[in-house]
Unconditional design. Sequence first.
Length: 181
Amino acid sequence: MASVHYPRTFQGFLNWKPETRYKYEWNKGKIEKSDKMKQLEVFILKALSRLFILTSVHRKGDELMTEVDTMTSEEQLRRPDMAYYTKSQIIGMTKGVNQVPAFVIEIISPSDNQNKILEKNQEYFSAGVQVIWLIMPNLKQVHIFTSPKNVQICTDDDICSAKPVLDDFEISVNDLLTLPS
């Protein structure tokens, strides 16, 4: 098997076209590799997309988008599983201006490193993110962070909310994580 040659500069990373089953992010000169989404995770994203279509902000042109390149600092580029962008942020993106979403969703797999997840949360909040959902399908939980110190752990019929960013984006854990039969 051929070895993978990783780029050594940020510009090299941006131009790099890896042909693998992984998702890559840039973190202070290092490349972080994680598995791409599994079928269950795609189902969750689809459920969230359908829910978002019903929101008042969607009708105004805002979007919940998957894996958009987001600079959280001069040295860090992340690709959140999903992120909320306003219409004006989307226009800014088309002009090449980095946009930091106010709401981020990450789907956590059993192989994800807990310390890296919490470090990434800190990074998101430092960049201006206001709400983070960590969806943990294997535990049937959603951890909702509204600051690095404030977290709500939702299970079963608990309602997951994206307030204060999105007032009408809510779903129970059971509705989010129950597969159709």
